[in-house]
Design a protein around this ligand. Sequence first.
Ligand SMILES: [Zn+2]
Length: 85
Amino acid sequence: MPIYEYRCAACGHQHDHLQKLSDAPIAQCPACGSADYAKQLSAPGFELKGSGWYQTDFKKSGAPAACPAAPDAPPPPCAGSCACH
Ligand SMILES: [Zn+2]
């Protein structure tokens, strides 16, 4: 099953969803409920390395504990599987 990366345009929440090809796209952000939750077109790993604005920010600030992707929310329980860590 392919893994799709979703991102919320309203709150910045990002998550990888394991979906069958026949599954309907997820249209609602699980973090804030916004309908601006959209599937990203590129593969997750590629996306993060290619245009990771927060990775650049991470290097500048040198603050490894913070999660710039969601400044107003506690860090997601990603267990190191996302780009936050
Ligand atoms: Zn959201």
